[in-house]
Design a protein around this ligand. Sequence first.
Ligand code: IPE
Ligand code: IPE
Ligand code: MG
Length: 246
Amino acid sequence: MHFFKKKTKNMELPTAEKLRPDDSFKHIAFIMDGNGRWATEQGMPREYGHSAGAKTMKKVCTYCCDIGFKACTVYAFSTENWKRPEKEVNAIIKILENYMDEIIRDYKSYHNHFKFIGDLSVLPPELLEKVRKVESLNLEYDQVFNIAFNYGGRSELANAFNRLASKGVTHASEDDISAEMYTAHCGDPDMIVRTGGDMRISNFLLWQAAYAELYFTDKFWPDLTEDDVDEIIRVFYSRKRRYGGI
Ligand code: IPE
Ligand code: IPE
Ligand code: MG
């Protein structure tokens, strides 16, 4: 499969100190965890942590796209996060809406396009319209920032199997299934990063994570910096990916 044929922003030249993503590291994904604990530590409500987390998301993902990742994916809201108090869920949806407004206003300052992954049918129609508008912007750029919202890996797989069945496919190949995934446009993540100290996947990119490198840090998401991304890249290149070989 050939991804990323379109226009790409000229990336920063690699320096001796800073490794830059190349063809072996196209796609980085983040499980942005720890917003609530970050806020609690400061004696603030959890919602404050989500606002701070949104700022970090914008900073870190803009950095990732600008230094040359072809795809950057963030886990913003899971299919399980509806279990949270209504006040917190509403605050997260409001943050998403503000972010959409901001992109619609400032899209020219981004050098990537945007894609949502997950079941967005639950969003209020006005917000869904803004999301679709955002997805229609900057399509001349090759690099993509994927936002996983109301995303669950199991739900994604169940939907994929149901779609294949409705097409009459009775024997699906691995490629058939990959093609039905939300990430068909950008391929699997090369590395999945989870902040916040827990070492689990929490229903994120289950199919796509088959051979992803995993990176865990105790830092809470709002504290993640561009320097941490540089360190993550360094760690990625120190790993030996064998894919079952020797
Ligand atoms: C991640 O941070 C953001 C979402 C799940 C929406 P959390 O809100 O899970 O923060 P912690 O893990 O409770 O600290
Ligand atoms: C994972 O974080 C989901 C997102 C980051 C959106 P959670 O905080 O929901 O995960 P668990 O509950 O610790 O597994
Ligand atoms: Mg959490």
